[in-house]
Design a protein around this ligand. Sequence first.
Ligand SMILES: [Zn+2]
Ligand SMILES: [Zn+2]
Ligand SMILES: [Zn+2]
Ligand SMILES: [Zn+2]
Length: 451
Amino acid sequence: MGPVCPICMVVQNERVRYAFWFFAEAANEPETIGALRASRCFCAEHTRLVLADERSAKVLPRLVLECLVAVGADFESAFTTAPSPCPACASEALVARRALKALRDGLDAQTGRSATPTDPLCPKHLRALLLSADRRSALRLARRGGSHFRSTDRVQTVLRLAIGADPDRLYRADMRKQIDPDFLNQPRSPGVLERLLSDLKVCSCLACLAGTRAEFRYLEWMRAQDDERVLAEEVAPLCPPHLNDVALIAPSVAAVVAEAIANHVTAELDTVAARLAVLPSRSPLSRLRWIRRLQRESVGRSPIGVDLALGSERLVGGLMRSERDLFRQATDPVSHARGCSACSVRDDAEMGEVNLVLAATRSSIVALRYGESHGLCLRHVLGVPEACQEKFIRDEMTARIGLLVWQLREVERQRRWSARHELAEDVRSVLSAALALLNDRTFLGAPPPCR
Ligand SMILES: [Zn+2]
Ligand SMILES: [Zn+2]
Ligand SMILES: [Zn+2]
Ligand SMILES: [Zn+2]
């Protein structure tokens, strides 16, 4: 086993602990039900993890029923209030914050030149630690904390860190195999309306399906891409899940991207270290000297203070700037780290598809087909204001919720002793349909496996 970021490890332990606690005692507690109603069930990743446990067929139908009843009963407020974070994500974020604080306190208390974390941190947690450390520790961290991104085995380190940050990767790899390969093998893409009408026959949210296809095509394009410069400059940095997805289909491409990620991180750290090294101390005299120095030097070359060095008004502004402001300026490249290119390809495709559905359903023929199909999932209807305001889409969603609420109640009824003579419905298929209605990303945009 290679390096695993200690914070990611804490998060993974919390994931196991949360699942244990959820099935052993929390699933029937009013607090859990309340939290899941407010978040409209678990996020897609946590739903996948919960579904992998056999006990989910017993406890999830009731919780999903509660979530759907809550949305269905007050659709008006569901689309004006954003859902709260998934409770499993929230508990992981809390332990990550605590672990980072412990690491930061230890780092701030350490003195001496070698005082940096000994375990390699993943880029995300290294950035979080750097942004929350005090100035002296941040400088040390920027200079030496990313040493594993400079070492000779940095490619392997980045890939191992990505595996440690993505416990969902094997579920995803299994599920990806079920996603419509026919579409990807089509020799030529059909016309927009033709494609939309044929997609309406697939039992999946149109936007989730479009996002997954775009993700797929992007991964395939990456696999075929032999220009390393394009991969390094345009594709990287990928988030851990997408880096793992690439590593599964094209290890050589993943190696080029991992190298570029290491270079991105070290370049960021070098910039931050250079900026932090020239920051003045708290005293006004030191700040004045610093600003004067910037004025004397070529302004364009000085790392920060371009605005500070211009004119007396700004000079006073520079003197008045709080310690935190200066720190924020110095660590700016880290806080503005570029997002994952594959995530943005997927998100753009999802948004584009919602807009296409809104435009196309104005035609009565498409609207009729939409009414007979799976349509959009709740996440996409409530997540796009235009979709929420469209009465037709909202009415369709309310009707679907109503039907699923009835089915889930029926599942509950059939579990009673008095209904033992009846032919019981397949719990898994009703549950899958309900989860797909809430958020089709649970099945990566593919039809739920139980259909
Ligand atoms: Zn980490
Ligand atoms: Zn979650
Ligand atoms: Zn969707
Ligand atoms: Zn991504």
